[in-house]
Ligand binder design. Structure first.
Ligand SMILES: O=C(O)CCC(=O)C(=O)O
Ligand SMILES: [Fe+2]
Length: 316
């Protein structure tokens, strides 16, 4: 029977030191919390007020405008990987729509996207996205550096950073407007090193425990982000970091807007566990793989990634 008190994902507070540098007072303490959380849950709630409430609100209000655009306009947003562009109007996912901006750290790509969506561009959109991308990528870098340090392989941090592109995915889930709970997005793991997520006031994200026994609803505070590890970090750490299964379940009438900031290895780069991560007690789990090739393989297969898709693709 499910327990009465529902479980929570770990909560880690970065508010006293949002610009924390290695070696600073709180660094080591937070580093061990981060590593522990990503090993046992694959995710945690990060209290990170460096991104202000005003910025978040400005972003969610511009997202309402964005998703109100005609479908023909949203379809103009195409991409190298089909699911990085516009996704929506799927009969099996009737509540879900998303729009992505690849390599979002390049201001030119935000500009191109905003010119594609709005005939006269949208300076407000561009400003708020650039601000968010800067602030959230600081959090992503800090967390990834802490994990690598905690594993004793931070000498790879800089080169790993160079091998990553950031993808911004903006999502809208319609309320089902029917009795009961409906699937907004099916269960999956992310292909990222790390994913950083946040939402408007409507929740719906659920994370499965590592033993597969329970779905934990993610109820995070308005200053928080959900930080989650993906399959690339799992493979890179040779299984030390857990990449959790997660899904979105929707209820009621209200639409849910959410944002995912994905740290994703670049196309052409092979994700590979460093030699220090492999040994007698830790035999190599995955052969080196190119994430973009893998994602294209999954999309061309037309199916959803199965429980062992990455293992089938490049498992040792
Ligand atoms: O909407 C959310 O909170 C989660 C979205 C998600 O899991 C994804 O885009 O990979
Ligand atoms: Fe996801």
């Amino acid at each position: 029977m499910a327990s009465e008190v529902s479980m929570k994902i770990p909560k880690i507070d970065f508010s006293s030191s949002p610009d924390l540098q290695p070696g600073a007072d709180h660094w080591d303490q937070l580093r061990s919390q981060v590593l522990q959380a990503l090993k046992s849950f694959g995710c945690f709630e990060a209290v990170y007020p460096k991104v202000s409430q005003e910025t978040r609100q400005a972003f969610f209000s511009v997202l309402e405008d964005l998703f109100s655009l005609p479908v023909e306009t949203k379809l103009l947003n195409t991409s190298e990987v089909p699911t990085f562009g516009y996704v929506g109007q799927y009969p099996h996912l009737p509540l879900y729509e998303s729009l992505g901006i690849s390599k979002v750290s390049l201001p030119d790509n935000i500009l191109k996207f905003s010119n594609l969506m709005w005939p006269h561009g949208n300076i407000n959109f561009r400003e708020v996205v650039s601000l968010l991308v800067g602030q959230i990528s600081d959090l992503e870098k800090m967390v990834r550096r802490m994990v690598m340090e905690g594993l004793g392989v931070d000498k790879y941090y800089e080169s790993n950073t160079e091998s990553i592109d950031y993808l911004l995915r903006m999502m809208k889930y319609k309320g089902p407007e029917k009795e009961g709970v409906r699937e907004g997005l099916g269960s999956h793991t992310d292909m990222t090193m790390l994913s950083i997520l946040f939402q408007n006031q409507v929740s719906g994200l659920q994370i499965q425990t590592k033993d597969g026994g329970e779905w934990i609803p993610v109820e995070i505070s308005p200053n928080s982000f959900t930080v989650m590890a993906g399959d690339s970090f799992l493979a890179w750490s040779n299984g030390r970091v857990h990449a959790p299964w997660h899904r979105v379940m929707m209820e009621g009438n209200e639409a849910r807007y959410s944002v995912a900031f994905f740290a994703l290895p670049k196309g052409g780069h092979l994700v590979q566990a460093p030699e220090e991560m492999v040994g007698e007690e830790h035999p190599l789990l995955f052969k080196p793989f190119d994430v973009i090739k893998y994602l294209n393989y999954i999309s061309s297969d037309g199916g959803k990634p199965g429980k062992s898709a990455l293992k089938d693709y490049c498992g040792v």
